[in-house]
Design a protein around this ligand. Structure first.
Ligand SMILES: [Zn+2]
Ligand SMILES: [Zn+2]
Length: 477
C-alpha cells in the first residue's frame, strides 16, 4: 500500500491509475471472499447429504459471519452470489481477476442467473463488457432492458417470483434512530405511500413539521392505533384539525434501564430491545406510559430456597434471563431476547426444580430460534459447534474450525451499569458539546450490496430475524 508521501508525489494521472489499481485489488479480494464462503457452503451442503439445503446455508452463513464479523445476512448474500457464479464462468473469471467488483458482479449475476441457457450465453459477455464501463445502477437498468427485450415472458415470471421476497425490516443506525426499510410490490408500496401522504395532510396549516417528518410520524400513528396524525401546531382550540382517536396503545416495545437512570439519578444508557442503546432521557420519556418489571442484580446464582423461585420458578427465571441477556447469545446475533427461547446448558426439568439439579441462572441463556436450532444440532452431534459456560456471565462458543468467541449478558450491562467494566472512563469532565452536525444514514461500505435478499431458494431463510417465531414454551424444549 501507499504511504501519504508516495501519494503526494504522484502526478494526477499516476494518482488516478493508482486508484484504479487499488479498486481492482479490492475487487480481487472481494471475489476471493465470495468464492471462499461459497466453498464453505458447498462443504456444509455435502456433509448434510444435500438433504437440507436451508440448514447448510444457515450453518455456513453463521460460520462465515462469526469468522469475519459480518452479519449472517451479508454472508448469505455472498453465498448466493457464489451460487449464481457457478452458472456464469465468464463473470466468475472477470470478478476473480478484479476486472469487475462485487457490486457489478452482483448485478450481472442477478440479471443472468435464471435465464434460459441460450439467452444467457448471448447476454453474459455483453453484460461483463458493459459492467467494466458503467456504474452499478446504470448497469442494472441496461441489463434489465436487454433481458426484458430478449425474454419478456421470463421477466414477468421473475417479477412474480420477486414478489415473494417482499419484506419490511428495521436497522438501527445512530443517535436513537433506525432505518425502516422495505421491499414491496410496487402497487402495495404506492398504497402505503398514498395513505401516509393523506395522513400528512390531516393536520392544520399551522403544523410546523415538514412533509418527510409528517410521513414518518404518520407511519407510527398507523401502528399505535391512533390512525390519524395528531396536529403539532400547539394552538389549542384554534386548531382546525380533527383529534385522533384516544385509544392509543401503550408502547409495544421493551426497554432495559438501570434504576438510577430511570429515577433521574444517573444518565447511563438504556437498552431498547431490537435496537440497542438509547439515551436515558428518551428512556424516561417512554417510561411515563410503561409497565415495569423489576430485575434484581445477582452476583451469585439464586438458590432454590428463595421465595420467588418457589412461587413460580419458570416464569421468574424466564423473565430474568431474557432481561439480563438482552439479545440472542450467539456471537454477533442481534435478535432481541424477547423473541428468543431460553436454552438450558444442562437438561433439567423446569417444572420440578426440586427434582434433580436446581435451576440456576448460569445454566440458562436466550437463543433465537435459528441459533437454538444450531445449538440443538451441535448438542446432538450433527454439527461441531461447542458451547461452554465460563461463569454466570460468559458463554464461550467454539466454531467447527476451533475459533473461540465469548458472548456476555448484554442486557445486564444496561440494567446494572457498574458491571460494564470494559466501557472506557473519562478521567475529566465531558467537554462542552460540539456543534450538532448531520451525517447521512449509515451504509455498509464494506459490502455495498444492492440487494440484501438471497435469491437461491435454499438460502432464503438464512437471516436469524426472519425465523418465524414459535411458541415460547420452555418446558417443551
Ligand atoms: Zn393544528
Ligand atoms: Zn441468534
Amino acid at each position: 500500500m501507499f504511504d501519504t508521501g508516495e501519494l503526494q508525489a504522484m502526478s494526477d494521472e499516476g494518482l488516478i491509475d493508482a486508484l484504479r489499481r487499488a479498486h481492482g485489488a479490492a475487487a480481487f479480494a472481494q471475489a476471493a471472499e465470495v468464492l471462499a464462503v461459497h466453498e464453505l457452503y458447498r462443504r456444509r451442503r455435502e456433509e448434510g447429504d444435500g438433504a437440507d439445503e436451508t440448514r447448510a446455508g444457515e450453518y455456513a452463513a453463521s460460520e462465515a459471519a462469526v469468522a469475519v464479523q459480518i452479519s449472517e445476512q451479508v454472508a448469505a448474500v455472498l453465498i448466493d452470489i457464489g451460487l449464481g457464479l457457478e452458472e456464469l464462468p465468464q463473470t466468475r473469471a472477470a470478478f476473480a481477476s478484479g476486472r469487475i467488483d462485487l457490486a457489478r458482479a452482483q448485478v450481472v449475476v442477478d440479471a443472468a442467473r435464471d435465464l434460459p441457457h441460450e439467452v444467457r450465453a448471448e447476454v453474459e459477455p455483453r453484460l461483463i463488457e458493459a459492467a467494466a464501463r458503467t456504474d452499478p445502477t446504470r448497469l442494472r437498468q441496461t441489463a434489465g432492458r436487454w433481458v426484458t427485450r430478449l425474454d419478456p415472458e421470463g421477466e414477468q415470471r421473475r417479477r412474480e417470483l420477486r414478489e415473494s421476497e417482499r419484506d419490511v425490516r428495521i436497522k438501527a443506525v445512530r443517535e436513537g434512530m433506525a432505518v425502516f426499510d422495505g421491499l414491496l410490490p410496487a402497487v402495495g408500496a404506492q398504497t402505503v405511500a398514498m395513505r401516509l401522504r393523506e395522513m400528512s395532510l390531516q393536520v392544520c396549516s399551522a403544523d410546523p413539521r415538514t412533509m418527510p417528518q409528517r410521513r414518518a410520524d404518520a407511519l407510527v400513528a398507523l401502528a399505535d392505533g391512533s390512525e390519524r396524525l395528531r396536529c403539532a401546531c400547539d394552538r389549542g382550540t384554534r386548531c382546525t384539525a380533527l383529534e385522533p382517536a384516544n385509544d392509543r396503545r401503550r408502547p409495544l416495545i421493551q426497554i432495559g434501564v438501570s434504576a438510577a437512570s430511570l429515577l433521574g439519578a444517573g444518565d447511563d444508557p438504556a437498552f431498547l430491545a431490537g435496537h440497542g442503546p438509547i439515551d436515558a432521557e428518551l428512556a424516561r420519556r417512554i417510561a411515563e406510559s410503561a409497565e415495569f418489571q423489576v430485575i434484581p442484580e445477582r452476583t451469585e446464582d439464586p438458590t432454590s430456597t428463595e421465595e420467588s423461585i418457589r412461587e413460580d420458578p419458570s416464569l421468574w427465571l424466564d423473565r430474568e434471563v431474557r432481561a439480563v441477556d438482552g439479545l440472542c447469545r450467539f456471537p454477533g446475533c442481534t435478535v432481541p431476547a424477547a423473541q428468543g427461547r431460553v436454552d438450558h446448558s444442562e437438561p433439567f426439568d423446569l417444572a420440578h426444580p426440586d427434582r434433580g439439579g436446581a435451576t440456576i441462572l448460569a445454566d440458562l441463556a436466550v437463543l433465537c430460534s435459528r441459533h437454538h436450532r444450531l445449538k440443538r444440532a451441535s448438542d446432538a452431534g450433527e454439527i461441531s459447534w461447542r458451547t461452554r459456560r465460563l461463569d454466570i456471565d460468559r458463554l464461550q462458543w467454539t466454531s467447527p474450525e476451533g475459533d473461540e468467541h465469548t458472548t456476555v449478558r448484554e442486557g445486564a450491562r444496561y440494567l446494572f451499569p457498574h458491571t460494564d467494566i470494559d466501557a472506557p472512563q473519562l478521567p475529566w469532565p465531558m467537554p462542552a458539546a460540539a456543534p450538532g452536525t448531520s451525517h447521512p444514514a449509515a451504509v455498509d461500505l464494506t459490502y455495498p450490496l444492492e440487494r440484501e435478499v438471497p435469491i437461491h431458494p435454499g438460502l432464503s431463510t438464512a437471516i436469524p430475524e426472519d425465523d418465524r417465531p414459535y411458541a415460547l414454551d420452555n418446558r417443551g424444549r
